[in-house]
Design a protein around this ligand. Structure first.
Ligand SMILES: *Cc1c(COP(=O)(O)O)cnc(C)c1O
Length: 519
């Protein structure tokens, strides 16, 4: 066993890891990375198929981000944001506000010019308010914690109620600090800490594949595309808001991961869900907190390429009036929604540094203004808030994201994933394939015809990912959902290697498909 692996096993306690399992074998020790490839102490190479747990955007060792960090390092690595401003953080805040309000609107149907469609694209802020202030912190949990505390205090100060309450989605995950955990609803992670948490309400999430209101028989397609329902999930949100209002303490805010819930199991929302829910939230005078820790910075792709929703007249209608080909970096904007809080982390620095931000409105900011002795200050902050190295990396990453080459690479990757994912349907153990832009969840089941899940003890997802690792592809499952979220630089050849590894892993773990699966 490599010496570094020995040291790890002796001294390191890993996150979200059963350490008894960990200690049974030699861990993979990563020493370097290049693009979408990670290399370990034995010189073995792996494709980073989940972008180092959803953080990396442009690949490892990116020359532009490396150079930006080096340039910053020659000046200073860190000075405090408590009482001092700094160069890259000021620039980054401006860039983030700009990006968070730049939403394209296609004006008209476009005109033909030299045989090509040309469309007038203009940028305009979304209603109801522009996001104009940036509070920096370190990671997703802290970005959520900041939004939560601000929304709580804002509600109190604007007389929404003495004990502001929050609503979030079933299965939600918003981080591991106590406030963020209180907003989450994954019992496995959260029950043990029930005594520490404040109470927040949950409402059903639009999990079409396992929705009790979906009357469609299982088919070989994304469950959103063939679902048969009457938007009962939206009705549930409406009912929740109405009931809470009746109790005389209307919700202060609703927290959502827009377009797709990550740790809940890669659960995508059918087109139109977010807009409908946002209308309910606003209609009830509550605030909308968007957790874009996973979905931000181009991860959800372009609006135009989102899968069309079929099989349901109402949903089809809604998929057509969705914004087309929108270069926005954020998931909310694809449904024309501007939240009151936009929480960013993971990809913010391109996957280079623990850097996070909570964006909010002038209205929220103003509620914290006052004389020194009024103590209206937001008493919150971290030692490394607005760290220069992270901010420099984030600035470089934003610049790359906005380059035409990156937009093209993302479109190509999204398309390649869409094509290659089709090859998985031949496995009877693939129940649902959910793609939102550059995020993929493949739900494994005992039999696709019945949607019957595997037993917990079978560790189906874990075993498939272990088999993929032996084939040089790294990712982590969420239960029996295999997550694929490669860096944007991943080439078509690399995508095919990832899919090949997954197909081979399925065969190794579950055996050869016995019955031909319908298409
Ligand atoms: C990862 C994640 C978080 C927590 O972020 P950390 O950086 O791990 O604290 C919160 N929300 C979402 C949607 C996430 O994916």
């Amino acid at each position: 066993m490599h010496k570094l692996a020995q040291l790890d096993r002796r001294y390191v306690w890993h996150p979200f890891t059963q350490m008894r399992d960990w200690l049974r074998r030699e861990p993979i020790v990563i020493v370097s990375g290049q693009g979408a490839v990670l290399r370990d102490t034995h010189g073995r190479e792996y494709l980073d198929a989940n972008a180092s747990v959803w953080t990396n955007l442009h690949g490892h060792n990116h020359p532009k981000i490396n150079a930006a960090i080096r340039r910053q390092l020659k000046k200073i690595a860190h000075s405090s944001a408590l009482g001092l401003a700094n160069e890259p953080a000021s620039l980054l805040a401006a860039e983030l506000v700009h990006a968070a309000n730049a939403v394209c609107e296609k004006r008209g149907r476009g005109e033909r010019e030299h045989g090509k469609m040309r469309t007038a694209v203009s940028f305009s802020p979304l209603p109801p308010f522009p996001l104009s202030k940036v509070f920096f912190s370190d990671d997703g949990s802290t970005a959520m914690e900041v939004a939560l505390k601000l929304a709580h205090e804002f509600a109190r100060r604007t007389a929404r109620g003495k004990k502001p309450k929050f609503l979030s989605l079933a299965g939600a995950y918003h981080g591991d600090t106590v406030g963020a955990v209180s907003l989450g609803h994954i019992d496995l992670f959260h029950q043990a800490y029930a005594g520490l948490l404040f109470k927040s309400d949950r409402v059903m999430s639009p999990y079409c594949y396992r929705c009790p209101f979906n009357r469609a028989k299982p088919a070989r397609a994304d469950a959103r595309d063939y679902r048969r329902c009457n938007w009962e999930c939206v009705g549930k949100v409406e009912t929740k808001f109405a009931a809470q209002k009746k109790r005389g303490n209307p919700y202060a805010a609703m927290v959502v991961e827009p377009l797709i819930q990550g740790a809940a199991g890669m659960i995508p929302q059918p087109a139109g869900w977010l807009r409908r829910v946002a209308e309910i939230v606003r209609g009830n005078g509550a605030q909308l907190i968007a957790d874009e820790v996973m979905t931000g910075f181009g991860r959800v792709g372009q609006a135009s390429s989102l899968s069309p929703v079929t099989g349901n007249e109402r949903s089809r209608k809604h998929s057509t009036d969705r914004l087309e080909a929108c270069p926005t970096l954020f998931a909310c904007h694809q449904e024309g929604i501007q939240p009151d809080f936009l929480c960013l982390a993971k990809g913010l620095s391109g996957g280079y540094a623990p850097t996070a931000a909570t964006l909010t409105t002038q209205e929220v900011f103003d509620a914290f203004l006052g004389e020194y002795e009024e103590f209206k200050t937001f008493f919150h902050g971290h030692s490394y808030t607005a760290n220069q190295l992270g901010a420099a990396a984030a600035l470089a990453s934003l610049q790359i994201l906005q380059s035409p080459a990156s937009v093209r690479a993302r479109q190509r990757l999204e398309q390649t994933l869409r094509e290659e994912l089709k090859t998985l349907w031949s496995s009877p153990n693939v129940g649902d394939i959910r793609q939102v832009g550059l995020i993929v969840g493949v739900e494994l089941v005992r039999d696709w015809r019945t949607r019957e899940p595997f037993g917990l003890r079978e560790r189906a997802g874990v075993r498939v990912c272990e088999a993929m690792a032996r084939r040089g592809v790294l990712t982590r499952p969420i239960g029996d959902v295999i997550v694929l979220m490669p860096p944007y630089c991943t080439t078509p050849v690399q995508v095919r290697r990832i899919m090949g590894a997954l197909r081979d892993a399925l065969r190794e773990v579950f055996g050869k498909p016995t019955a031909p699966s319908a298409t």
